[in-house]
Ligand binder design. Structure first.
Ligand SMILES: CC(C)=CCC/C(C)=C/CC/C(C)=C/COP(=O)(O)OP(=O)(O)O
Length: 314
């Protein structure tokens, strides 16, 4: 119960904080107060349930660029800077694993120039945030970086640099950042099937019954080390999954769509989403067993079908 009221308090504090910020955040000297309230909020949020694995579909970079009348690559660049801020917030909250849809296989249909710019941006940003003198949250938090997807589609020079970064960070245990590029779930499932067929033709499968869901998952680009996704956030008002993490989202995953364009997506908005998630998880609203505690009528009596003997046919 204490925790329940703690969460109520947190939500109220958050609403107040969010409202105040909007009006006063540019006033001189106010930054310190905001940072202080922010750390109190983070500490309070950490006392409740939090997702272990959060994924983002970072959508809306080009529309942002169009609104701001800047070139498309400017939109992607602001988007990448925003990602670093969001990752910092996630790792400060001790969220163990974050996945981002940095490049869908479908994105190869964009102009050659945009594709080239996106890969360069990916390489350059990652090199900067992981360089030894950068002191970013990613490095300070000992975050392992993994490039997840069909690596054979990545230009050779970029792949070489990305693999160097992966190699340098592979022993880190503070958290995981999965950069999905070039990725689609269907491609990942096909990849797993190819591995399984190859296992079979090598004579390594004696009984087909060994091919269960863990066996299929272990042969994904993601590999066996990943947790299922607890929370998937898509920005920009588009309500599609775009072939992202179809297997990794299970029956308990929450999908959150927000109208905010990715470059405008702030850690405050992420906090609000996490408060909602945490609150729902605390009340366990999706779980009929535990939600009975909060309802006066037990759920099973609400939906009970009539006994078979009383059903009459006309
Ligand atoms: C370090 C690192 C991982 C950097 C990633 C950079 C980044 C933010 C990539 C996202 C690219 C992308 C295709 C965004 C979708 O918006 P869109 O281009 O589809 O925009 P739209 O929805 O307005 O058309």
């Amino acid at each position: 119960m204490f925790s329940y009221f703690g969460h109520l308090f947190l939500t109220t504090l958050y609403a107040y904080f969010g409202l105040t910020c909007r009006f006063i955040r540019n006033a001189p000297g106010i930054r310190h107060c905001i940072d202080l309230v922010n750390s109190i909020l983070l500490a309070a949020l950490r006392t409740g349930p939090l997702p272990k694995h959060v994924a983002f579909i970072m959508d809306g970079n080009r529309r942002f660029a169009k609104h701001k009348k800047i070139p498309v690559e400017g939109g992607h660049s602001v988007g990448a800077a925003r990602l670093v801020k969001i990752l910092t917030a996630c790792y400060n909250l001790k969220i163990k694993e974050v996945s981002v849809y940095a490049f869908s296989i479908e994105n190869f249909n964009r102009s050659e120039e945009e594709v080239k710019n996106l890969f360069n941006l990916l390489r350059d940003r990652l090199t900067t945030v992981t360089s030894d003198d950068n002191q970013s949250a990613l490095d300070m938090g000992q975050i392992k970086i993994r490039v997840i997807g069909n690596k054979s589609m990545i230009p050779e020079d970029i792949l070489k640099d990305l693999e160097e970064i992966e190699e340098k960070k592979k022993h880190y245990t503070g958290g995981i950042l999965n950069i999905c590029a070039p990725y689609t779930s269907r491609d990942e499932i096909c990849y797993s099937l190819q591995q399984i067929t190859s296992d079979a033709s090598d004579g390594n499968i004696e009984n087909v019954a060994v091919i269960d869901s863990d066996y299929v998952r272990d042969r994904f680009y993601y590999g066996p080390d990943s947790a299922h996704v607890d929370l998937l956030v898509r920005t920009s008002g588009v309500t599609r999954l775009s072939d992202y993490l179809l297997w990794q989202c299970n029956e308990n995953s929450t999908i959150h769509f927000t109208g905010t364009l990715w470059p405008d997506f702030t850690s405050i908005e992420l906090l609000r989403i996490l408060v909602d998630w945490s609150f729902n998880r605390f009340l366990n609203l999706d779980d009929p067993e535990s939600s009975q505690i909060f309802k006066s009528v037990p759920l099973d009596t609400l939906q009970k079908p009539p006994p078979l003997a009383t059903v009459t046919k006309n």
